[in-house]
Design a protein around this ligand. Structure first.
Ligand SMILES: NC(=O)C1=CN([C@@H]2O[C@H](COP(=O)(O)OP(=O)(O)OC[C@H]3O[C@@H](n4cnc5c(N)ncnc54)[C@H](OP(=O)(O)O)[C@@H]3O)[C@@H](O)[C@H]2O)[C@@H](O)CC1
Ligand SMILES: Nc1ncnc2c1ncn2[C@@H]1O[C@H](COP(=O)(O)OP(=O)(O)O)[C@@H](O)[C@H]1O
Ligand SMILES: [K+]
Length: 501
């Protein structure tokens, strides 16, 4: 159930379901029934229901829901955008089956009403304006409980963007699988709680559609999640190196190091400039500290081939020294997590980094920008859209650079250069706190160190990070995150049925 279908893929799912024997009107009847059931689950017949129907199949679902709610004893007021004679296909059939009155678009919602929003769904092609926009604002201003059919009207199903204006729903009933617009912001906020209804589309259609996008859930990466082995030892669990900043900025590296260790790396070492050695050493026990000054220092530490992952960027400083250090790591064929300052340092010359990465196919880079860092590093690359189109931009950045890209936010997006992508929805808002990203870089590195492939390790790291945050709860600070991994790991291993004797 974790695949995400673009609106085009969903139309294909509908088409294949029809080809395999389920008539389109039956899909629409099932969709309308699921919506009527959602109203019935929470509200008795005492509340009036207003169904706002649009000119396409989304409106058709609205006609079905209106008919069924009427049959169940609700007082239903159906309003249609456009002319009933212009309805086509399933929507025309659904309208014929509805015997109640059909009114014009509404500009005011009576108090206490429940609104079924069946104005536009997957077929929204342009900004909402005119009469439809008036209805949207009347609904939003009324405080009515809104059940959206498939998508809140005005939300783009592929991007989650608001097209002109959009209905704020309390709940959204979608069909077969979620769409990206249900999980990407701001769409996710407009959806309220989203439920998925089975309308009779067989899951086997997915074998033909082969969706590339999914929710970031353990089902995507659990088969590759590292499980400590009885015959293992610390070296078989990998060694992560974190490059620290100078005396006044060691905290970020220490947070990353702690994240990597808790995530299960066998060893973690902080590569520290001399001036910060004392503070790094004094504040770490299980994490080791070694002196390393700039690119030269890093190279000398990387002569130890057991160090298999390197974190660069957190608190590292912006400028030529950081660029040289990153380039040195790239030439050493390691898995690198490039975060924060390591990304910003290449803002002027991104191709310098990406050319070097291409010349070293044995090295793997995972880039973990937030939106600001993403713009800094990618805005000069013409084939990468603006970060405002975040899904397309992340996918293009991964494709163009051959690196795993994690675009951080409330709806973190991760893409692999092979085109697979996941979107996360488990991060609580209080995770947005200083240093949380540094811990995340560490968790991802800790998973890579244990041999998990880069894309899956990044997805798993982001999921664990969100779960750990929820485990801590409000009041969270970044230091809490590595510690909260323990109960999350315990639960995850239990769910995986992993034997940890
Ligand atoms: N396919 C199936 O088997 C099933 C589909 N199902 C349901 O169908 C929905 C998709 O249906 P759909 O493709 O007809 O699109 P829909 O969202 O109704 O909108 C298209 C209409 O709106 C109009 N329009 C668009 N934007 C507009 C704007 N800004 N302002 C004004 N008008 C605008 C557009 O006009 P046009 O662009 O053609 O001029 C067209 O008339 C899907 O979300 C699900 O609920 C379920 O029943 C299960 C089975
Ligand atoms: N509104 C939000 N809801 C949930 N998580 C968020 C939100 N905003 C940011 N985050 C998460 O918080 C973390 C912040 O990381 P980052 O921006 O690198 O901050 P820092 O550099 O201070 O560590 C990321 O994991 C990001 O996904
Ligand atoms: K809708």
């Amino acid at each position: 159930m974790h695949e995400l279908l673009t609106t085009k893929e969903m139309a294909e799912a509908d088409r294949l379901a029809v080809l395999r024997g389920t008539p389109s009107i039956e899909l629409m009847e099932n969709a309308g029934r699921a919506v009527a059931d959602a109203v019935g689950a929470n509200f008795g017949t005492i509340r009036p229901v207003i169904v706002i129907a649009g000119p396409g199949n989304n409106g058709g679902d609205g006609f079905v829901a209106a008919r069924l709610l009427g049959e169940r004893g609700y007082s239903v007021d159906l309003r249609l955008l456009g002319d009933i004679s212009k309805l086509r296909g399933g929507a025309a059939t659904a309208a014929k089956r509805y015997s109640g009155p059909v009114g014009p678009m509404i500009a005011e919602i009576p108090p206490g009403a429940i609104v079924v929003d069946a104005l536009f769904g997957a077929g929204l092609t342009r900004n909402v304006d005119g009469e439809a926009a008036v209805a949207v604002s009347a609904i939003n201003n009324s405080g009515a409980h809104v059940v959206a059919v498939d998508l809140p009207s005005g939300i783009n199903g592929d991007t989650g963007a608001v097209q002109g204006t959009a209905i704020r729903a309390a709940e959204t009933v979608t069909f077969f699988r979620k769409k990206p617009g249900h999980v990407l912001l701001p769409g996710r906020i407009f959806c309220g709680m989203t439920t998925i209804a089975d309308i009779g589309i067989p899951s086997s259609v997915l074998q033909d559609i082969r969706p590339r996008l999914a929710l970031n859930q353990p089902s995507r990466w659990a088969h590759l999640f590292p499980v400590p082995r009885v015959e293992g030892h610390k070296y078989s669990r990998g060694h992560t190196l974190v490059v620290s900043g100078g005396l006044s900025s060691t905290g970020a590296a220490r947070l990353s190091a702690r994240g990597a260790l808790r995530a299960g790396a066998g060893l973690v070492t902080i590569a520290s400039p001399r001036d910060a050695l004392a503070v790094n050493a004094a504040s770490n026990l299980a994490v080791m500290v070694r002196e390393a000054e700039g690119a030269e220092g890093l190279l000398s530490l990387l002569s130890d081939r057991r160090i298999n992952t390197v974190i660069l960027g957190p608190g590292g400083g912006i400028g030529p020294q950081m660029r040289a250090t990153v380039m040195a790591a790239v030439r050493q064929d390691r898995t690198m997590i490039l975060d924060a300052d390591a990304l910003t340092s290449f803002g002027e010359k991104p191709n310098e980094l990406f050319t070097e990465l291409k010349n070293h196919p044995e090295s793997t880079a995972i880039l973990t920008p937030h939106e600001g860092e993403f713009s800094r590093i990618f805005s000069r690359m013409s084939k990468i859209p603006s970060v405002k189109q975040k899904l397309e931009a992340t996918q293009a950045a991964s494709h163009e650079t051959g690196s795993v890209i994690l675009l951080k936010g409330a709806d973190s997006i991760i893409f692999s250069p092979d085109g697979r992508g996941v979107i996360s929805e488990n991060a609580p808002p209080y995770l947005a706190t200083a240093g949380a990203g540094d811990v995340l870089a560490g968790i991802i590195a800790g998973l890579c160190a244990q041999g998990m492939p880069a894309f899956e390790a990044t997805a798993a790291g982001v999921w664990l990070h969100g779960e750990a945050a929820s485990e801590v709860g409000p009041g969270l600070i970044a230091e809490d995150l590595p510690e909260a991994l323990r109960p999350v790991y315990r639960r995850l291993y239990a769910e995986l049925g992993a034997v940890l004797s």
